[in-house]
Ligand binder design. Sequence first.
Ligand code: ZN
Length: 620
Amino acid sequence: MKTGKTHGVIVGLLLQANMLQEKDVLYAERIRAKLTVPAPLLNVLKDLKLITDEAIHATIAGSQLTLRIGDLLFELGYLNADDLQAAFKIQQEREKELKLGDILIKYNFIEEKLFYRILSLQLGFPLIKPEISTIDKQLVAKAPLKILTTNAFLPLKTTEGSTWVAFKDPTDQVAVKAAMHLYGTDIRPAIADRKTLLDTLKLLHNEAAGVVINVDNNSIIGIVNSIILAAINEDASDIHIEPSGDCLHVRFRQDGVLCHYKDFPKEVILALTSRLKIMCKADISEKRRHQGGRILFDYDEGQIDLRVSLYVTIHGENIVLRLLKQKDELLDINKLGLSPRMLHRFLDEAVYQPSGVLMVTGPTGSGKTSTVYSCVKHIKNPQISIITAEEPVEFVIDGIAQCSIDPSIDLTFLETLRHIVRQDPDVIVIGEIRDSLSADMAMQAALTGHKVLTTFHTEDSIGGLIRLLNMDIAPFLVSSTVVSVLAQRLLRRVCTACGVPTKVTPAQLQRLGCTGTDLREGQFKKGRGCTECKQTGYKGRIGVYELLILNELVRDAILAQRTSHEIRSISVEHSGLVTLLEDGIVKAAAGLTTIDEILRCLPKLAPPRPLSELRRLSGE
Ligand SMILES: [Zn+2]
C-alpha cells in the first residue's frame, strides 16, 4: 500500500485539500501500472477526469508553497528519476550557488521556455512581463537590491492587501521566504523569466542611482517626443542616441559638455531608430550606410529645426540630433562677451568695414557660427543685400537670402558660390571654409569689393592665416583681403547660485605658465555645486575671444611668409592682440569661469602677460 507521500507532492496536496479521494488515487495508480508508455500519475488522474487543471492551480496557489521544482517536474513527467539525480549531483559537486531550476536549464535538462510554461500553465502562476512604469517603486525601495537580485524576485504592486511578487521560480522556498519577510505572508506569486526579471532589476537599479529617470510613455513616438522635448527644455544643443551592447544611451550636450539623460532597454533601439528615420525622411531600410536628414518638430511653444545624422557603428546606428536655434535666440553682438576694447575694435575695424574677409575660427561647438550671425544681424539693413551659402542653414534670419547647400542633389558649395556673386550682394556669408577652392572663392569675392563673413576650423587666429597659406592661397590674396580673424571658445560659466571665492593652486599656475604675482588682483571663483547647476558648479557659457586685426605690419609679415611664431609676436606687440588664453584669464579673474575650464579648453602657445596689463589691454 502506497502512502500519500509517494504519490508525489501535488497529489499529496490535493488529498490534503480534499480535492481528491484516496480511492481515486489508488484507481489511477492501477490504471497507470497497466500503461505501456509510462505517464505521470497526475496526467492519468486528469485523463480519468478525477481532477482538473483549475483545481490543481487553486490548490497549489492556496498551499504554503512547499513544492520543489525538481519534484514537480518529475511528478509532471518532464524529468525522469535519473535526470533529477544527475542534476542534484551537479548542484552538490560543481554548482553550489545555483538553484536546481537554474541547473536544469543551464545543463539542458529542460528547455527554458518549457520550464516557464510548466510553472505557469501547469502550476497556475501567472507568467508576466514586468513594466517599469507600473511597478510600485516604494515596494522596491523596501528591499536591498542585492536581495532582489540574488533571490530573483521583484515586487510589483499591492492590491487588496496582498502584494504581487514576480519570481524567477515561485517554488524557490528561500526566495519566497525572503519576499514574505519583506512584504508579509499575503503575497501573490507570479513568474517572470530570468532575463526579463534581471534586466528590469538592472533598470530599476540604474533608475535609483539616477541613471534612468522613467520610461513613462511606452510608445516609441512618445519616447522620441519626450527626448526631444526634454532636450528643448534643458536647452541642449545636441542629442546623442547611442546603442551599446545592452542598452540605448541618450545624452544631451549642454553648455558644451555631454551629460547623461536616460538609458533605454535595448529592445527599443530598432523601433526608435526607424521612427527617427521616418521623421527625418531618411531611408528606413538602409542600415549599413551613414545618413542624414532634417526634422521640423512642432511642440506647444513653437517649432524647432533638428538636423539628424545617422552613423553606422558596430552596435547599430548612432544618432545625433542638433537643435537649431531660432532667430530670436541670436545674440546681440554687444552681448557676445567681447571685452570692451575688443568689441570696439571688432566693430570699427572689422564688422563695419565695407569689404574684405572677416573670419571667425574655432573648433566645432565653439560658437563661431552664432558669432557670424550676430554680425549679420547687426549689419542687416534695408539698404544692403545679404546672401548666404550654408551647409545647412543653421539660423533663420528674416530679410536675408539664405541658401542651404545640399550635396545630395548636386547643389554644391562651389556651384552656389559661383551663382552668389551674380546675385549682386553686398555681404556674402559662407557657412564654412572647407577647402582651398571655397577659400579661394571667398578671397576672390572680397577682392571684387564684397564683404565676406565666414567661419574656419582652426585653433586660433594666427592659425587661420597660416592654414590659408598652407592651402596654397597666394600670400598677396590673404594679406589684401582678410580684414580680421576672430578666434573663439565657449567656456562654462561659474554657477551664480553656488559660486564661492577660490585661489589658484601652484599646479594651476605652473600649467598656465604664470606666477602668483601675475594673478594677484584676480577674484577667482568656483561653483560648489547646487540644484541650480545639477551639482556641476557651472551654468551657462561665456565666450572667450582672440581678435587679430590685420594692420600693415601683420600684412607685411604674411607677404614675407614669416613663421606663425613671428606673425604671432608681431600681432601681440604691434596689433594689440590679446590671446585666447589671456582673455580667458581676464574672465576667470572676474569670477566668470574657472582656471580648470581655461586649462581644459584654451590653447597655450605662449606664457600670458600679467593680469594688470591684460586688464588694461582689454579695457576692463
Ligand atoms: Zn550651482
